[in-house]
Design a binder for this molecule. Structure first.
Ligand SMILES: [Zn+2]
Length: 111
């Protein structure tokens, strides 16, 4: 059986365990291209609400920002800006509680 690696977490997956993920355009928007994806990552991307993501994941996103290219940082910042307010507030609160650092919170504010 051919082994592939999850596009998101790099875990080894087999054709049987791969669920495939429509990327970069979601199936909902007519995307036809898929990448190998483990079930756990697929759940986190498509089934778990962003506001239900673990706090540790939200903190990791902020910690990883400096490692990303300018283009990727701006793209992600733009996506965060477009997120519904309720999700932004939920994530911002989690980060504030966890790190008690207002500069982290400012990354998620519109104003
Ligand atoms: Zn994965």
């Amino acid at each position: 059986m051919k082994k592939e690696y999850c596009f998101y977490c790099d875990a080894k997956i087999t054709k049987v365990s791969s669920v495939g993920d429509h990327f970069p355009i979601s199936k909902m928007w007519g995307g036809k291209i898929t990448v190998p994806c483990c079930e756990s990552c697929h759940d986190m991307k498509d089934r778990v609400l962003l506001e239900d993501w673990p706090v540790s994941w939200c903190v990791k996103i902020i910690d990883d920002f400096p490692k990303l290219s300018r283009e990727t940082r701006l793209f992600l910042a733009k996506l965060i800006r477009l997120m519904p307010d309720i999700q932004k507030r939920s994530i911002a609160k989690k980060i504030m509680v966890r790190k008690n650092n207002k500069s982290q919170y400012s990354l998620f504010r519109d104003d």
